[in-house]
Design a protein. Structure first.
Lengths: 109, 116
């Protein structure tokens, strides 16, 4: 079946550091890929998405590229802020979402 | 649009009591999902509906859990009787699924359930 594996956290960074969260997937066909973010006490929000190979999703300084050859969709941000502290979920969609376990990111001032 | 609305936001109840969680999806969305989130198990899909019909309830933990969607604008998740291990945050999400292409789910703020 379809599944998503993302790097375990927690991840702690200083402001302006570079962030990478690895995500790999297993799927039949060509699913769409998503990154969701959950801020403390809130529901999940879509951060970015990509619908086909080599697509790059981007939002709020975050980027991720759909790599079919490595079945990956790693999330990156060049300079994090304290406000980026949250839990990040990688997900794939073939008619319902399959989520990764989530990675907790804490950014310190 | 107001987004997905869930009520109550917090619920504290005693073991053995019935609990009903409510969800109003975004107007026009024809898929509705119920999730449970715990520290131990992460985010789990419990059940989802398409056009008010339950499609996959394989994630419902046991017969104490039931979900209904009587119309396009309302769904309930009921736990009867509740147990302490049901304590979690329950999320409702909705989406619009066109004939082709991807779709994204919109999540409500969640209901934090505590069973003592």
């Amino acid at each position: 079946g379809n599944s998503v594996t993302q790097m375990e956290g927690p991840v702690t960074l200083s402001e302006e550091a570079f962030l990478t969260i690895n995500c790999t997937y297993t799927a039949t066909g060509y699913p769409s890929l998503f990154w969701y973010v959950q801020y403390p006490g809130e529901g999940l929000q879509l951060l970015l998405k990509a619908t086909k190979a080599d697509d790059k999703g981007s939002n709020k300084g975050f980027e991720a590229t759909y790599r079919k050859e490595t079945t990956s969709f790693h999330l990156e941000k060049g300079s994090v802020q304290v406000s980026d502290s949250a839990v990040y979920f990688c997900a794939l969609n073939d008619y319902k979402l399959s989520f990764g376990a989530g990675t907790t990111v804490t950014v310190r001032a | 649009d107001a987004g997905v609305i869930q009520s109550p936001r917090h619920e504290v109840t005693e073991m053995g009591q019935e609990v009903t969680l409510r969800c109003k999806p975004i107007s026009g969305h024809d898929y509705l999902f119920w999730y449970r989130q715990t520290m131990m198990r992460g985010l789990e899909l419990l059940i989802y509906f398409n056009n008010n019909v339950p499609i996959d309830d394989s994630g419902m933990p046991e017969d104490r859990f039931s979900a209904k969607m009587p119309n396009a604008s309302f769904s309930t998740l009921k736990i009867q009787p509740s147990e302490p291990r049901d304590s979690a945050v329950y999320f409702c999400a909705s989406s619009f699924a066109p004939g082709t292409g991807p779709y994204e789910q919109y999540f409500g703020p969640g209901t934090r359930l505590t069973v003592t």
